[in-house]
Design a binder for this molecule. Structure first.
Ligand code: EPU
Length: 311
């Protein structure tokens, strides 16, 4: 099969890196995951389209990943083509706007941001240019595409709050532009059409001084550093918060902090983060999820639901 795939890719008009039998542990923040039959990094949307169409014609399954930060890949790996959008990473200012209101004038700016742009890079861009609106999201790992797909949020702000619209591509390579009003967002979810890939988004921010934006970002980053194991190998929060409560708090109350299976450990800083302490496997991770679920259920009667995506 590997040779067949190699031949197919030799013929395919495609710009970007192509890796065969590539361990995904090197491409996920958890550092867990078996090999992908093929892992590709398209550098433009036409190359992405060509892979999608080829995969459909050949009946090969496709998995889209961003920065692999909210993701648990099983040790058995992925049969099919994994597409990382990491190389679609353009940010452009498309429209500064001044609006007069009763309270004076406010200036907004619309940014075009490609799906693979790391949130960290976008936040830095807003800091350098003094664009306000997503300071709360500072410190969330992952790409913009992933953040939209999950409707990432933190400190009361969600990515949907600044979104004007997105461009998506379906498995036939057809691009559709969707205005915000055509999308439904929920807590950690977005109704993008099934089997489509987020290519880019337009986001609207407010013009502010770089100093103020920088100050806000620093504040939120500081809060996060105090309450979350930033910098450790994790996949962010493992479980969704049940309505009106915090999964981390429930895990903590159930006495799960520090629980460990193999090399996966429940963070002692925040119960909803599981850390890879070395050579963790997906099996250990899933076992620990089940053990924590059972303890929380026993302690508080609440059945937590996973937030991370398991493939
Ligand atoms: N708490 C504990 N023990 C813990 C963790 C939290 O007692 O181990 C308590 C805190 O003291 C606080 C309350 O629970 O009183 C809420 O904790 P926190 O402010 O840390 O927020 P969270 O509800 O646990 C959510 C999001 C995070 C986001 C933070 C900050 C989810 C599942 N979690 O956590 O998002 O960064 O708020 O806004 O929605 C993520 O989605 O991956 C994620 C990390």
């Amino acid at each position: 099969m590997e040779n067949v795939l190699k031949e197919i890719f030799e013929e395919l008009p495609f710009r970007g890196e192509v890796k065969f039998n590539e361990p995904l542990s090197g491409h996920t923040s958890l550092r867990i995951g078996g090999p992908a039959q093929v892992l590709v990094f398209p550098e433009d949307v036409v190359s992405l389209k060509n892979v999608l169409i080829m995969a459909k014609e050949q009946g090969i399954q496709v998995f889209i990943i961003g920065a692999g930060t909210n993701l648990l890949v099983r040790d058995s790996g992925i049969k099919g083509i994994v597409i990382s959008l990491k190389e679609l990473r353009k940010i452009a200012v498309i429209q500064p706007q001044r609006r007069k209101t009763l309270l004076g004038s406010t200036e907004s700016v619309t940014l075009f941001v490609e799906a693979g742009v790391p949130l960290r890079e976008l936040i830095n861009f807003t800091k350098e240019n003094g664009y306000s609106g997503i300071e709360e999201l500072a410190g969330i790992p992952g790409t913009l595409g992933g953040a939209i797909y999950m409707n990432a949020g933190s400190f009361g702000r969600e990515i949907k709050d600044v979104l004007a619209g997105i461009a998506v591509m379906n498995m036939d390579g057809k691009i559709t532009v969707l205005e915000k009003g055509e999308l439904k967002f929920s807590y950690r979810g977005c109704s993008i059409p099934e089997d489509s890939v987020i290519l880019s988004a337009n986001i609207v921010l407010k013009k502010d001084s770089p100093q103020d934006v920088g100050k806000h970002i620093k504040g939120f980053l500081g809060k996060r550093m105090n309450t979350q194991p930033v910098g450790e190998h994790s996949a962010g929060c493992v479980f969704k918060n049940p309505e009106g409560d915090s999964a981390g708090r429930l895990i903590d109350m159930a006495g799960c902090k520090g629980m460990r299976i193999g090399d996966v450990e429940v963070s002692s800083l925040h119960g909803n983060f599981f850390i890879n302490r070395g050579r963790a496997t997906s099996e250990d991770f899933i076992k620990l999820m089940e053990a924590v679920l059972a303890k929380v259920k026993e302690h508080s009667g609440i059945a937590l639901e996973p937030e991370i995506r398991i493939i």
